[in-house]
Design a binder for this molecule. Structure first.
Ligand code: FMN
Length: 181
């Protein structure tokens, strides 16, 4: 049977979904969901997102030098997914989808008030990769609500990200199983 090769990405799933928030050229806030995301390095703590070449999040991060990653959780999943809306680069997508901005500690890009965890990133670099760019950020601060932390670590069972499969299919991992290693 012939399957469109582009269909491959559904197999690399579920993929934790995050929202990237940035500041636009006129100081307006911008937000959008992304699921082609990966940790890249511990020291320094680098994270990568594959973004379409013209995506506002990418262009803003490159221009301003920072961005914030908010893993999407159950409590704000609809609004987070809706932030896919594509407004003019100078308009606020936060307002459009009913999300609230909150000042970040170490970067200028806003954090997402509704998100229990926000990862503040400095723009590190970006690399052309096919029709996307691999945007790399260095995490300089993690802000987490009290309920998102257990024994001094992020409580993944509580704040693990809503994951994307493809199209409108998502899944929320529930069980964490231990496998000896
Ligand atoms: C769940 C979900 C995951 C997405 N993942 C990606 C992705 O990894 N890379 C990408 O370029 N676009 C992705 N998109 C599409 C972007 O969110 C969409 O193009 C959005 O308008 C980009 O916003 P921006 O231009 O403000 O950055 C995804 C959309 C959804 C709903």
């Amino acid at each position: 049977m012939n399957i469109d090769v582009k269909d491959y990405f559904g197999l690399i799933s579920p993929r934790p979904t995050v929202c990237i928030s940035t500041l636009g050229p006129k100081g307006n806030s911008n937000i959008g969901p992304y699921s082609f995301v990966s940790p890249l390095s511990f020291d320094p703590p680098l994270l990568g997102v594959s973004a379409g070449k013209e995506k506002d999040s990418l262009l803003n991060a490159r221009d301003t030098g920072d961005f914030v990653i908010a893993p999407l959780t159950k409590s704000w999943k609809e609004k987070g997914v809706k932030s896919e809306v594509n407004l003019d680069r100078s308009k606020s997508e936060f307002e459009e989808v009913g999300l609230s901005e909150q000042g970040s500690r170490k970067v200028r890009s806003p954090s997402v008030k509704e998100a229990p965890v926000n990862l503040e990133c400095e723009y590190w670099d970006d690399f052309k990769i096919g029709d996307h760019c691999w945007l790399v950020g260095k995490i300089v601060h993690i802000s987490a609500e009290e309920e998102a932390v257990k024994n001094g670590r992020l409580n993944i069972e509580k704040v693990g990200a809503v994951c994307h499969v493809r199209g409108e299919e998502f899944t929320i991992p529930r069980d964490i199983e231990k496998i000896k290693r």
